[in-house]
Design a protein around this ligand. Sequence first.
Ligand SMILES: Cc1ncc(COP(=O)(O)O)c(C=O)c1O
Length: 383
Amino acid sequence: MDPILGDCSLANLQRRTSHKWRTYPPEVLPAFVAEMDFDPAVQIKDAISAALAAGDLGYPHKGDLGDAFAEFASDRLGWSPDPELIFAIPDVMTGIAEVVQAIVPPGGGVVINPPVYAPFFFRLELAGRRIIEAPLAVSADTGYELDLDALDRALTQPGAGAYLLCNPHNPLGRVWSRGDLNEIADLCDRRGVPVLVDEIHAPLVLPGAQHVPFHTVGHPAARQAVVFTSASKGWNIPGLKCGIAVAGDADGATILAERWDALLASHLGVHASVAALRQARPWLDAVRAQIEENTRQLSDLLARHLPGVRYRRPQASFLAWLDCRKLGLGDDPAAAFLAAGHVALSPGKDFGSQGSGFARLNVGTSPELMAEAVRRMAAAVPG
Ligand SMILES: Cc1ncc(COP(=O)(O)O)c(C=O)c1O
């Protein structure tokens, strides 16, 4: 591994007290929640240390966050958002829930594409909105595709008040094409349904793939979407609580500005995010290269130890969506891996009923710990 990522020694990692490292006892290897195991970027540590030294621990000010994100988006994503339309938020899911509550009346519906990130279901239900499923289509060529007919049926259901798109998609690691996004914009425009886009995994797009920011899609309706992103996934700093919302127009900006007290980021998170976006790009690139290598090795490891598992390498991020239906472990293979193998994966069912028989493995770690996770999974399979 690149030395800037540290060595992911288990002894060091077990000193961490985050959700990943304290949910299970030490004999369980955690490979579930989307936290990575690499050492944080030195530029982020320095930014936090400087803020501590200055006693700069007050309420947040957006500071350079809008400019820093606009620079990153322009240099890396081919997107030039207006810094004035960029808002600091505590985290992506809070931003999404607040905007949904602003634009969808109580009891109204939000369309999502399962299998998809579990909080899309429960955070929005907690906010009193209904989930309308437009499941992805299974494809022999690519694993999964957007199903535009299913999307149209969902958008025309009574009460459908917003469409929440995940791009890059968690748990599949798919990036949707410009053509896909253009069709989405067109469909949602025709049906009069506003689009919210979660692009939190975009900084982690892997070599060979191209993330298309929704705001860069040529369709006029795409410009009106509210886009959510963050340095928290790419640079592994979710505990610092700072996300980014990019309004598409003045109406979106007003909604975000009016909710400033519900959307207070952490000031340390703002400092860390600016340092990440501007200075810690070599660290991000080292992580992307390591994930790329890990996904390659994962294919070999599965072929050797768990040939019954189907896996397609992702186009973005560090999550491996494993089809375990041939292993004979039932609907929840993650439960069997945990009980018999002492390795914690995310249950596929958490991502919707379409995830029954699947599990999600986190490969944001060293090749050694990833190989250990696969060995433990294999040990849980009878015979
Ligand atoms: C698609 C997606 N959105 C949002 C989040 C959570 O982000 P935040 O902690 O900023 O709410 C995650 C975390 O894994 C994610 O995968």
